[in-house]
Design a protein around this ligand. Structure first.
Ligand SMILES: [Zn+2]
Ligand SMILES: [Zn+2]
Length: 331
């Protein structure tokens, strides 16, 4: 490891999902929040121990909001007291995380525990933090460049309403050259997080044995991306590339794409809600007539106006209409 590595960890702290995860039958190798946190702290300590200059930030995605758990401006109680048996950076990290986490959990209202977690907020904060770290490194003219990455530990299902902000975060991550790794600890596979890992060159791992979390973390996510090329880190066999429609925020198998602004709709629309382009009525009728065939013939575009995209490709090609004028003249 030549270069210092920065790791921003995003922890999904949905109380409802953690209760389900902890109460899963024993033969399914269930993992509760307490044992998750103790395994996670060991992993984070290992990251700090790998290299002196390694830096770390931890963000919590709580119902309806997101918080930064570490580093914290408030000094955790007990982190200053000397302990002959503990390496000081480990102690500061552990007590700060546990302290800020318990404060956040205590502040949770019983009525809001069911709300979806603020994953997008946490992801955006992590990207802003990395941007600041990178800017400071350039300012101080450090010869050692930081190798930034984000690790998302997810237990919640996808929220289709957050499709657009997550995609925007992925594009920002690509621009900042940040790798996004995803560890799906519990629950069904996340379509959007699979795409995040795939598009930023990270790994997405769905745990078969959640109780062995520490082993997965150490073997797959401890080495920085530059070293992973030399290791056989598990990758995804197949990636779910489906998108969510802009009108109902539903994940769709076949979408209708505006030929001007590439907005995605689950059904043919007369006016694009994003760019206000009007589509000829003839085309709409033709598309509507063709819909049942499109739905049954599994993703082969049968019409020329809206492009339908199969679930196995990211390329959304907007084809323009064959008959009738294109209102904005964009082809
Ligand atoms: Zn829709
Ligand atoms: Zn449009």
């Amino acid at each position: 490891m030549d270069r210092a590595s920065h790791l921003s960890t995003i922890v999904d702290l949905s109380p409802a999902q953690w209760t389900l995860s902890g109460s899963a039958p024993k033969e399914r190798h269930s993992l509760d929040l307490q044992s998750f946190l103790s395994q996670l702290l060991i992993f984070l300590n290992s990251h700090v121990a790998c290299k002196d200059q390694n830096t770390l930030a931890i963000f919590g995605a709580l119902p309806g909001r997101s918080v930064m758990l570490y580093p914290s401006t408030t000094q955790a109680a007990g982190s200053n007291s000397a302990d002959a048996n503990t390496y000081r950076p480990f102690k500061v990290l552990d007590s700060t995380v546990i302290d800020s986490l318990s404060k956040q959990v205590e502040a949770l209202d019983a009525s809001e525990t069911e709300a979806p977690v603020g994953l997008v907020g946490a992801l955006t904060k992590a990207l802003c933090y990395i941007n600041r770290v990178a800017a400071l490194a350039t300012e101080n003219d450090q010869t050692v460049a930081v190798d930034p990455r984000i690790l998302i530990l997810s237990v919640s299902p996808d929220q289709s309403a957050s499709y657009i902000p997550i995609m925007n975060s992925i594009f920002s991550a690509q621009k900042l050259k940040v790798t996004i790794d995803v560890c799906k600890v519990y629950g069904p596979d996340s379509v959007f997080l699979q795409q995040a890992a795939h598009l930023t060159g990270g790994s997405y791992i769905h745990l078969d044995r959640p109780d062995a979390l520490l082993q997965y973390l150490t073997m797959s996510f401890l080495p920085p991306p530059s070293i992973r090329q030399l290791l056989a880190v598990p990758t995804q066999d197949k990636v779910d590339f489906r998108a969510a429609c802009f009108c109902h925020k539903r994940i769709v198998d076949i979408g209708f794409v505006c030929s001007v602004c590439l907005s995605i709709f689950c059904q043919p629309v007369p006016v694009c809600s994003t760019c206000r382009t009007k589509f000829p009525i003839k085309t709409l009728q033709r598309l509507n007539a063709a819909r049942p065939t499109i739905l049954t013939s599994a993703a082969t575009p049968t019409s020329g106006n809206a492009s339908t995209f199969p679930s196995s490709t990211t390329n959304r090609v907007a084809t323009t209409n064959g008959n009738g004028p294109n209102p904005n003249g964009v082809r």
